[in-house]
Design a protein around this ligand. Structure first.
Ligand code: 73E
Length: 824
């Protein structure tokens, strides 16, 4: 196609035109007519019809990108937790009403078709969802950018409960195909592994030749990333692993059919399944293969297909920033060095100068055990040349350290990219920090702790390298789509500018004092609860506690997040009522809603799930508590369920031990939907509390310095157990097997023992303060008029937590890329 080919016109925005598109897709795309179409046929035709409206914009964006050669942000992430695509595309293309009406005229209910969609669950939790919010904001802010990741055939497992225990089922999300992806096999690239290195065939200083021993083909699938009604549609490119040839013909002819198929299966395993771990790295060979696979394909793609053929790579820092989403893509650093030195023949120093200007690293954790390390033996076997390059980077880096801190060999050992103990291993966070021109944490407190603790040596050496970008969430998905009632109310009050400029929510502040507005807000919250109740009843047979408080704790199951502290509160209430200490009439009717997946190999997390279900079963079956307390734990918490649940919540539980949750992003979604937070001073909670004000936030627990002092002094959970009779009673009730049919050995016994003996995240130390805060919650909720005022103020003051603001911060502090209006 010539550069001058006029773009296709965007189809007309009318019910008639949309109806034609839909029927054409149904007839020609699916080969069925309406009478015979399955729900999946109709869902496909609907999605494809919507896609038409965005495709012209997509082509224009690509065309402009090629023409402008503007600075681009490439977001490299092993996870993109996208959530349902159809609703977002309808919104971006401004087709919600047209599509609904067009289908209604044909006798179809758009909601029924939407329900057919299986969300692409290509992420574990916050990190993957953040990547999805960021590409949405990049497009909406008109930033030339591309997301690169892996097209896992199986996303995060489907969680089911059998006898209250988590049982994982494969998530075959592609089972019925996906209308949102476009494969481009012609842009496939080979990715090599293994082998050995030899003396270089070029004369560049530092060069070697890598002679790999096997390879797979990386096949790209493109996904549209539409900006919000701004004419830009960016690209998300996900890679799928294919065997080099369908079959090795020689083997096939020799009748070695099974061997030929085995080799194919081996290669294709690379993009088969998402590692279901969150916040803990899995030191598995296949995971390292996945990481190198997508990173090598992405670099190759950008250098060979996005840049013009004669591009002078010395200008690369003006053309791109590769943003590393945690350490998972950090192997990109030695890969770029290898390309520049071994393939392009640059001297090492020139290559390193450029490499150091194109990567920036986002760290998402503080837990030392969550920092990724790769055994030297494994890395050397899979990527021998990359290991050599890492060694040389380290050598030169340690020289720099020695110059800056003469005689401080202890520091040199702490900072080395290579750990010596317990076995030789590459510390990926150190490599990322050395190579990146910027390193950022994901909330203010987290960024401070990174500088003061986890990466302190590096911050002393390069103070300017470190910065903060507080996370954010996209208001399009998490307010406008998830909460249409609230969105209409906000728009009626302050106009619809907030959808792309969330700080405008500030204009709601005066309306918090308007009784009419508060009533309208309460009606919407009530309707959202009703919608949630209906779904939980139909889906899982779960009943809510009348129209009482919805108290939600939804996030991955992890000890540091302290779902067990939430359980201690519930059990203590239950025990208080049962023993007569707490009069039943004084208890606020409330439903405790949990959503949480546990990593399949994380035993304590799975036991906690079992215990939540056991406690829930006991409480829900107790007729005397009817209408007062309920526990709802719908299985398989995902983006779809989040969009249903968050708008219905009154209370948001953000109760991690201070200093452990890097940021949290669920906390932001709840505040923006008018839930009040009960939380510790951890992660982004700190910023939420400062913005919404202490009067509209329930703070409890130790601060980070208090928690680390207590840890240093020697923490003894037994002392708390012995000295607080209510805590003791709650723990004893759990330990006695009361909730587990008399069984004291399984989940109940194990969690009792772990809390009373070790309690690594100091739940017992924060219990009393948490209970007091819950009492403040109860009395505040009793005045629902004033509670709703606080809820509205939470919304009005949370505009800062838009991912648009995060992306603007990345642009200003790190990327130096500029928005480009598509309509210029
Ligand atoms: O605090 C969250 C944070 O909000 C943090 O735990 C999470 O990232 C969110 C977004 O910044 C996170 N996930 C991982 N590390 N931190 C992780 C690590 C390994 C595999 C998968 C996810």
């Amino acid at each position: 196609m010539s550069e001058n080919t006029p773009p296709l016109a965007v189809p007309e925005h009318s019910v008639e035109s949309f109806t034609r598109s839909f029927l054409r897709e149904l007839n020609y795309g699916r080969g069925v007519d309406l009478d015979r179409a399955s729900a999946n046929d109709k869902y496909f035709a609907l999605s494809r019809a919507v896609r038409h409206y965005l495709t012209t914009r997509w082509l224009e964006t690509l065309r402009n990108q090629h023409r402008d050669q503007a600075k681009t942000v490439a977001y490299l992430s092993a996870e993109f937790l996208l959530g349902p695509q159809l609703e977002n595309a309808l919104l971006a293309a401004d087709l919600e009403d047209i599509a609904r009406d067009a289908l209604a005229n044909l006798g179809e209910d758009i909601e029924e078709l939407r329900a057919v969609e299986v969300e692409p669950g290509l992420g574990n939790g916050g990190l993957g969802r953040l990547a999805a919010c960021f590409i949405d904001s990049l497009a909406t802010l008109n930033v030339p950018s591309v997301g690169y990741g892996i097209r896992y055939e199986y996303g995060i497992f489907k969680q089911t409960f059998v006898d209250g225990k988590q049982v994982e089922k494969p998530d075959h999300w592609l089972h019925l195909g996906s209308p949102w992806e476009l494969p481009h096999p012609e842009y496939s690239v080979p990715v090599w592994f293994g082998g050995h290195t030899e003396e270089a065939t070029n004369s560049a200083e530092g060069a070697r030749t890598w002679v790999p021993s096997w390879h797979v083909t990386a096949k790209p699938y493109n996904y549209m990333v539409p900006g919000y009604r701004n004419g830009r549609v960016n690209t998300l490119r996900l890679w799928s692993a294919r065997a080099r040839h369908d079959f090795d013909l020689r083997e096939f002819n020799a009748g070695e059919y099974t061997e030929a198929v085995r080799a194919r299966t081996f290669a294709e395993n690379i993009s088969k399944v998402l590692y279901p771990e969150d916040s803990t790295p899995q030191g598995k060979e296949l995971r390292l293969q996945q990481q190198y696979f997508f990173v090598a394909a992405s670099l190759r793609d950008f250098l060979d297909h996005v840049l013009p053929e004669d591009y002078d790579l010395h200008n690369l820092p003006n053309r791109i920033t590769w943003q590393l989403n945690d350490t998972h893509p950090v192997i990109a650093v030695p890969e770029l060095m290898r390309i520049l030195v071994d393939e392009k023949g640059w001297d090492w120093a020139d290559a390193w100068a450029v490499t150091q200007k194109v990567f920036a690293y986002t760290c998402h954790t503080l837990l030392p055990e969550a920092l990724e390390v790769w055994p030297v033996e494994l890395l050397g076997r899979l990527l021998p040349r990359h290991l050599e390059i890492i060694y040389r980077i380290n050598e030169e880096f340690l020289e720099e350290v020695r110059e800056a801190f003469p005689g401080d060999e202890l520091r040199v050992r702490r900072m080395s990219i290579i750990a010596e103990e317990p076995g030789r291993a590459v510390r990926m966070a150190h490599l990322a920090t050395v190579a990146g021109f910027k390193v950022n944490g994901v909330a203010e407190l987290h960024s401070e702790l990174l500088k003061d603790k986890v990466l302190n040596d590096f911050a002393e050496m390069w103070p300017d390298k470190f910065t903060n970008v507080t996370n954010g969430v996209t208001p399009r998905r998490f307010v406008r789509l998830a909460n249409p009632g609230l969105s209409e109310l906000i728009t009626a009050g302050i106009g619809d500018g907030w959808i792309t400029d969330l700080e405008q929510l500030r204009n709601l502040e005066p309306l918090a004092d308007d009784p009419e507005f508060r009533r309208a807000f309460r009606d919407i919250k009530g309707a959202n609860k009703h919608r949630l109740a209906q779904v939980l009843k139909d889906r899982d047979g779960i009943e809510l506690a009348g129209d009482g408080m919805v108290d939600a704790m939804v996030k991955r199951l992890h000890e540091y997040k302290r779902q067990s502290l939430k359980l201690l509160h519930i059990v203590s209430l239950y025990e208080g009522i049962k023993s007569g200490r707490i009069p039943l009439e004084s208890v606020t009717p409330r439903t405790f809603v949990f959503g949480a997946k546990a990593a399949p190999g994380y035993v304590r997390a799975k036991e906690t799930i079992e215990l939540i279900n056991a406690i829930g079963r006991t409480i829900n079956a107790d007729a005397s508590l009817e209408g007062r307390l309920k526990v709802a734990f719908p299985p398989n918490y995902n983006v779809t369920l989040a969009e249903m649940l968050i708008p219905a919540a009154d209370l948001s539980e953000q109760i991690s031990l201070a200093g452990k949750e890097a940021s949290g992003t669920g906390n932001m979604k709840f505040a923006l939907n008018g839930a009040l937070t009960i939380g510790t001073d951890d992660g982004a909670n700190v910023e939420i509390r400062k913005l919404v004000g202490d009067d509209h936030f329930f703070l409890f627990g130790m601060s980070e310095p208090e928690a680390s002092d207590l840890q240093a002094e020697g923490y003894d959970p037994g002392a708390y157990y012995e000295s607080d009779p209510q805590l003791k009673a709650a723990l004893n009730l759990i330990g006695s097997g009361h909730f587990t049919g008399g069984d004291r050995d399984g989940a109940a016994g194990s969690i009792f023992a772990s809390l009373t003996q070790r309690d690594r995240f100091m739940a017992l130390a924060d219990f009393r303060s948490y209970m007091d805060a819950q009492e403040r919650v109860e009395s505040a909720y009793a005045d629902y008029e004033s509670w709703s005022r606080s809820a509205i103020l939470n919304i009005a003051r949370s505009g800062f937590f838009s991912s648009d603001r995060s992306i603007q911060d990345y642009l200003d502090r790190i990327w130096g890329a500029k928005p480009i209006d598509q309509n210029h």
